[in-house]
Design a protein. Structure first.
Length: 82
């Protein structure tokens, strides 16, 4: 489980800006897009999952790896994931 914390302005509510990303696999790699909107997670699941940091929603799954994913990165312009 990853907890993403994003504070904007004055905190309100019990846990404002906190989103939990539940991943039942061991996480090996994490990358954040240059605009700070997306997080990519590489894990032992053999997939890369991409999440919206603001909402905590999963927006993309990249499958097709033959083994665990140990590295993940966004391109400088945020249009590609390696």
């Amino acid at each position: 489980k990853l907890n993403l914390v994003r504070w904007v302005g004055k905190p309100q509510g019990r846990y404002p800006g906190v989103h939990s990303i539940v991943n039942s696999y061991k996480v090996h790699a994490v990358a954040i897009s240059s605009d700070g909107k997306l997080i990519a997670i590489g894990s032992e699941s053999t997939k890369v999952t991409v999440w919206n940091i603001e909402t905590g929603d999963q927006v993309l799954t990249l499958a097709g790896h033959y083994g665990e994913v140990y590295s993940v990165a966004f391109s400088a312009d945020g249009t590609r994931i390696a």
